[in-house]
Design a protein around this ligand. Sequence first.
Ligand code: NAD
Length: 481
Amino acid sequence: MIALNLINGRWVEGQSKRFSPSFNPATGEQIGKYVNSDEIDAVLAIEAAKEAFYKSNWAHQPRLRQLVLLEWASRLEQKIEPLAQLLTQENGKVIAQSRGEVLGAVSEIRYYAGLARYIPGNFFEVEPGVYTSILKEPAGVAGLIIPWNAPIVLLIRSLAPAMAAGCASIIKSAPQTTQITAAVLNCLQEVTSLPPGVVNLVSEQGHQVAATLVESNDVDVISFTGSNRTGQKIMAAAAPTMKKLSLELGGKSCCLVFNDVNLSDVASKLVTAAIIISGQQCTAARRILVHESIYEDMKIALKLAVESVKVGFGQDTGMQMGPLIDAAALERVNTEIERSLDSCDEVIVRGGRLGGDLSKGHFISPSLIAHQDDNAFFCQDEIFGPLIVLESFTDEKHAVQKANNTEYGLSASVWTNDGNRSLRIARALRNGTIWINDHNKLIAEAETGGYRKSGLGRLHGFDALIDFTEIKSIYQNVGVV
Ligand code: NAD
């Protein structure tokens, strides 16, 4: 498998004709190669996007944009199984999650196909015979920098609203998941009514292409999903150009569990929420805060659920967790978990590296610890792997105070059968998304994004269009008859 760049409607090698290997994280085997581009490829893609934005009718034809999006969704729908298999092969996640990701992407593209035809402005009289029109216009050229953990749905979450709004885009894929990115974009490239240059892909092993997009005066928007460290670098590097920034960053999700729930049912759902993509999801359950009256019982229920997690090859039936994405992630996460196990109040389940058939992949089994001081590094830092921290609280106020003691603000969940309490707690939590008696439910219709250091702007939902549009006010004094 060779993943090429897509520039101005053509699949091309990079100017320097360099390639880097793509790997299967479950076996360590090479599965293909992708273009290791440099700055010149980024500049060519920016030129193509500019040309498409300013010289084609894309920006002014919402009906065309809708048809392109709908046809792309249908083409993806015909390839759900091969795309899901490729996603599992390249990312390692279990096949059920991969199928869900492709289906979610199809649904989201259809959602934005509808919105493409409804981006209304305003027109009103401010004084007799004096009118103001407020137009929402496409922002221009958008650079989309995508992570590897959910490479289809996180690509679509930025690209579909960018296309619906009328932007032309350059995608910078994550090096670990460029094969699946290219396969998803190949289905779009087959849509013959898509003008060349409206969507471009430039892959790389390092960061030169991303840096070129961020620093370019010709790129009007950067939509970045990834870590805080990189998000902060991007914000600083983009400052001289004053471009629009959409930053979807890390999180440290708390789950607040009250004493009126069914313990074993909730424990099993919380563990599922924690081990999603092997704990490599921004919204994964990290801290489980439990009312003190059910703390000991919850500890036993969580221990049973964590110990029964099936870790293995993503394509095998019944697996719940695949490997981490690469050797560097395994080394980093394993070290952070070991440090947490060494310094917590109590180790309930000690996970670790796996041997046998799994020893060539980047596998690690989940760990569960208990700790009371929420200032501990493992209650504060985003550890991007399968570690769960159990804590207790005395009352609602204490629960909220503990959950809000974080620099993040991405998501949280509340578990109770008391309807008033669930809304009271949801109101008090400082997070962009709150789930009640559920977790990790991310849907096309509902805006997601972060408070505080979890980011800037919102993706999903109608408001994602804000990140890809400018507002223009046109004033006209026409007088009166
Ligand atoms: P990352 O920041 O390392 O990489 C994300 C993207 O940025 C990749 O394409 C990468 O190649 C690129 N990149 C890396 N360093 C760069 C640099 N110096 N300059 C420019 N580009 C650079 O993040 P990751 O490890 O791929 O993803 C995991 C992180 O993403 C976690 O922190 C997770 O919480 C976050 N995330 C957030 C959301 C959300 O919706 N808020 C969703 C998924 C992942």
